[in-house]
Design a protein. Sequence first.
Length: 391
Amino acid sequence: MEFFRNTNIDFLGKKWYFLAFSLIFSVAGVLSMLFWHGIPWGVDFRGGTLVTVRFAHKPDEDAIRAAMDRAGLHDAKIQRYGQAANNEELIDLDVRETNEQALDQGKLKIIQALESNTPAGKIDLNNASSLTIKNYLMDKDPLHLGSDADQKYTAQAQAVVDYRDKGQSGVLNSIDQLQGAADPAVVASLKGGFFLSDFGVRDVAIVGPQVGGQLRRQAALATIYSLAGMLVYLGFRFEWIYGVAAVVTVFHDTLITVGAFSLTKTDISLTVIAAILTLIGYSNNDTIVVFDRIRENIKLMRREKLSEIVNRSINQTLSRTILTAGLTFLTVLALFLFGGEVLRGFSLALVIGILIGTYSSIAIAAPILVAYQDWRIEKGKRPVAMPGRAK
């Protein structure tokens, strides 16, 4: 199957347009990383506390952010988590201590920031632990138990928490919803000492700064090693200039992808690094297909100029490139649109990378070969990307 037959597009004749396009996006990304937004490392790399909060209604992120500011959490990052119908938000705090106290501290800061109009002397049942509920029941003793009160109230408190977290996904709308899950006397007692906020903290996770720093180094080394391996392979398989062209192309793709994340202030997580490494391989594969056709045509078109050979090679592989890249792009686009917030960064990197990687194989890698050969000819040296001309 072919989309294009016998095309004769002068890709190299448009190289200055391609160069302008690449410069605009590359420079914008570099400026954003250096002066505007920086590199938006996710919590995996910079360390911090992630708090998942579920609301009883559709959350207002502006109101949440304002509440965070009032509580002194000015750098908190807030984004939707999961499906919109779940009413969940992921709040990223700059709390980096890696101990049990820090987990409680992050949770407490969120609760204090979001709670408003708290009834005096009452406890928030949506964010109370089973131990807090048990201690309250032990104090009030609504069941008038004797020696086995500790065991019975522990079971009652756990039943309340299980129903809240599993049956109602962490948020009760009314204490009466506990009827059937706990003893009626326990439910009646809870009404006197507890109130219900309109949210519940579902999960708290912390990544320490040392772990984040180590992950950054490992991510950088993984990228550098992959580029070095590519340079060595292509230098051995073709000529070293092919390896240089491929590495420059992949660096161009990576720079634009990371720049796009900086411009959109989208966090770079471990899954994004995995996507970028995947794109390095994808872009390299597409570039090798073009390079291999160039090498074949050099043997068949020995009297032609290299620019004509490169143009012919790109046109001959154009249908294959469009089919492969198009099908892959449709897959990752579906992942981006329907994969949810957890996969949003990963799928965004793939969407950008496939578009840029396909473009760069044609618009960046091939022109580098021609530019290098023209430079060698001007210097009076024998070209290295093609064999000697027939006499």
